[in-house]
Ligand binder design. Sequence first.
Ligand code: 13P
Length: 257
Amino acid sequence: MRKKMVVANWKMYKTLAETEKFMQHFPAEIAAQQQVEMVICPPFTALARLAVLLKKTALQPGAQNMHFAGEGAYTGEISPVMLRELGVQYVLIGHSERRRHFGEAETLLSKKVAAALEHGLRPVLCVGENEAQRRAGETEKIIEKQLWGGLGNLELNEELGANMVLAYEPVWAIGTGTPARGEDAAAVAGLIRSLLQVKGRGMADTVRVLYGGSVQPENIVDFTAQKGVDGALVGGSSLEAASFAALVEAVLKERGA
Ligand code: 13P
């Protein structure tokens, strides 16, 4: 059984003080529940502190990015070893904002995915088409390119599926208030699994596929109730404690928990 998960991507929002305030307001009963996995990826400046604040909760700290080297002369970068030291398990790799604004492309991303796994981290590889690509009917082609590009030469077995997560985030749905439709997210999740089925050995069944893009407490179950969609990667609606808790609560309710 693939456990449902809700991942908060805070992007470049929240100072240390704001992070502490978020945790003060986060409802204790949601923080303690373990039926839905919960991850918060804050800016790096808040990550060490958040990791401490989350210690006695079921919430986990995650990272938004990392370098592929364990250490080295890479000014401004953060290594997988540094993330491990904080107790981080999940790390976002290839978010569309990193692809778009920082020129991150497949060769680099496959190195990051492999390095995360080598260091015992779980990469959350993000894929998704932009508006122009969607209009041109290129969604499937782009997803396939980004999927194989990010996975590189990894053996696509059951174990890999259990140790990483894929996130379908259509760029046109991010931060726009216009989410994809549940069935479209399910179709892409299905496409990803069938691509993995052809090349892989078991990964298709074990890997979790999340949807991201304008997910809110009011619409999250439109996605998480879909076959093959295992959770959500959320930006804007994860920034308020009450709203992030409401996202998790909605999934719990839908699961009958
Ligand atoms: P929004 O939920 O703000 O649309 O952002 C989605 C996202 O990019 C999460 O990684």
